[in-house]
Ligand binder design. Sequence first.
Ligand code: ADP
Length: 255
Amino acid sequence: MTLLIKDEYPEKLFREDGKRLDGRDLKELRPIKLEVGILNNADGSAYLEWGNNKIFAAVYGPREVHPHHLAKPDKGILRVFYRMATFSVFERKRPAPGRREKEISMIITDCLEPVLFLELYPGTSFEVFIDVLDADGGTRCASTTVAALALADAGIPMKSLVTSVAVGKIDGKIVVDLSGVEDKAGEADLPCAITWFNEEISLLQFDGDMDLNELDTFLKLAKDALKEIYEMQLNALKSKYITIQEKYNGGQVKQ
Ligand code: ADP
């Protein structure tokens, strides 16, 4: 795991053999593991390991809105609570949610809202609790990806899944899925998310220096990576139901 303080950022983000410091190629994602339905007491849940990130998402809803004054008479509301555990980063993080966590919660809400049929659930809320246990760059993208799976696991009708990844620029080269050290020591970071039912970008943030002409290359790389992650999300959902089938069909699995 990369545990670096600011003064110790490496001067170069590529090795002699042209690979990134963690051995990846420019377009290579970190290893991703996704599981759904892992928490007993939530309506839906999912767990993700993405490189060194470890993140849980738990979903409740539709249910009564607390506090009541937040309820909307004509539609349901989506509330997302992104939190980083105090032990999730090298330096102890203050336990109270900070400005960054509130901002990321808002961003994830904006990414997920378009795929829900909130107008069908007036006066209710859908709540997504995201707990980052270990953080190493790209947690907003990883959280969006795992939260979409938890919503699907809760059986909430959705227009499609949502997938998110960051692309960026390090040592002058455009790369996919920045690690923590690449995020901090690189030149640019562009987290984006896609809603698959209409293939629209539902998140596009930008931090750093980038030539506007490079935007097309960034987005093309992002789209390829997003497709790869989407397949993993679908497989995670399918494997839950294959496990259930195996359990109730005495091992006879019909695919
Ligand atoms: P993201 O996790 O979406 O990339 P940021 O760009 O804000 O969001 O953060 C990059 C990385 O910096 C995080 O993934 C995490 O590893 C680290 N980080 C974020 N907040 C803190 C903090 N309060 N203390 C130490 N490290 C942090």
